[in-house]
Design a protein around this ligand. Structure first.
Ligand SMILES: C[S@@+](CC[C@H](N)C(=O)[O-])C[C@H]1O[C@@H](n2cnc3c(N)ncnc32)[C@H](O)[C@@H]1O
Length: 284
């Protein structure tokens, strides 16, 4: 059942999750509503894909961690660090953050069991379970009606917390519209233009949110999906941010997201990733 869903959602055939992942999905704290939108399944799929493509993913994970380490040095005060999209902590230098800040707050719509246990054990790590768009519950309420309009995102979480000295949005931005739009496609027929406008608003409101948060704010995100042949030639490009523009990056790199021979022997899917250490100081 889970395997069938994973193929349907991603279009990529993955190895069936092990029994441990099935148990994990039952035991992980996640509301029925958020399970319905697919967040829990999505996170377990990231774990499975990481296991399948560990070596190809490592440079991307290392670069993300390094960007965060570099950004920590920009913080004159080091009270609270907030990590948005902490997930499985694959790309988070948690040890460096814990040493640098009095408190590290990990924010995700779903916290994996392993991270929940780890946070209980570690002294200065706190988990916040939140949908950073603030729209998921409303989405479920209106999804089945063609007359009710889709929700608008106006994120505020931590905006008025004066103790926050650092925030990082970590490989999260492109995920914000992903599961909501897949979920909407499975419900009532809605004009594609309406779904696309909703998706773009989710992305743009997050970018705006990052400029309103206190402290130094970093953004690491994939912005484009590339279909690449075996010689490295780009065959197709897909804008995964629905036309939204990110600030001028400090650095960018290619993430070999679906390496050659995983899906096809003829092509791979890469992601172009951009990283900005200090969003508020970056140009357009
Ligand atoms: C690609 S992962 C980021 C990688 C993550 N840092 C890791 O190491 O696993 C994206 C994360 O964003 C989370 N996410 C997706 N939509 C979200 C939302 N609306 N609010 C909060 N977290 C969300 C997912 O649960 C997932 O853990």
């Amino acid at each position: 059942m889970f395997f069938v869903c994973s193929v349907a959602v991603t279009g990529i055939s993955t190895e069936p999750p092990l029994i441990i992942e099935l148990f994990e999905s039952l035991l992980t704290p996640c509301s029925r509503a958020l399970r319905k939108v697919g967040y829990l399944r999505g996170q377990i799929l990231i774990k499975v894909r990481h296991r399948q493509s560990r070596r190809a993913w490592q440079p991307h994970l290392d670069r993300t961690q390094q960007l965060i380490r570099d950004a920590i040095r920009l913080c004159p005060q080091r009270r609270k660090a907030v990590i948005l999209g902490s997930g499985l902590l694959l790309d988070i230098p948690l040890g460096d953050l814990r040493r640098a800040f009095r408190e590290v707050v990990l924010v995700d719509v779903v916290h994996p069991l392993k991270v929940t246990l780890l946070a209980k054990w570690l002294g200065n790590v706190r988990l916040v379970r939140a949908d950073v768009t603030g729209t998921a519950e409303d989405l479920i309420r209106v999804a089945n009606s063609q007359t009710l309009t889709l929700p608008r995102s106006t994120p505020m979480l931590f905006c008025d917390d004066p103790e926050v000295d650092y925030v990082a949005s970590v490989n999260l931005l492109s995920q914000l519209p992903h599961f909501p739009t897949v979920y909407l496609d499975q419900q009532q027929d809605r004009p594609e233009s309406e779904v696309d406008a909703y998706a773009r608003q989710l992305v743009e409101s997050h970018l705006d949110y990052l400029t309103r948060l206190p402290g130094v704010v970093s953004l690491i995100t994939d912005v484009e999906k590339l279909k690449v042949d075996r010689n490295g030639r780009v065959l197709e490009r897909f804008d995964i941010l629905y036309g939204a523009r990110v600030p001028q990056p400090d650095i960018e790199w290619i993430w070999q997201h679906v390496p050659l021979n995983r899906l096809s022997k003829d092509f791979a899917y890469h992601r172009r990733v951009v990283a900005i250490k200090n969003v508020k100081a970056a140009g357009e």
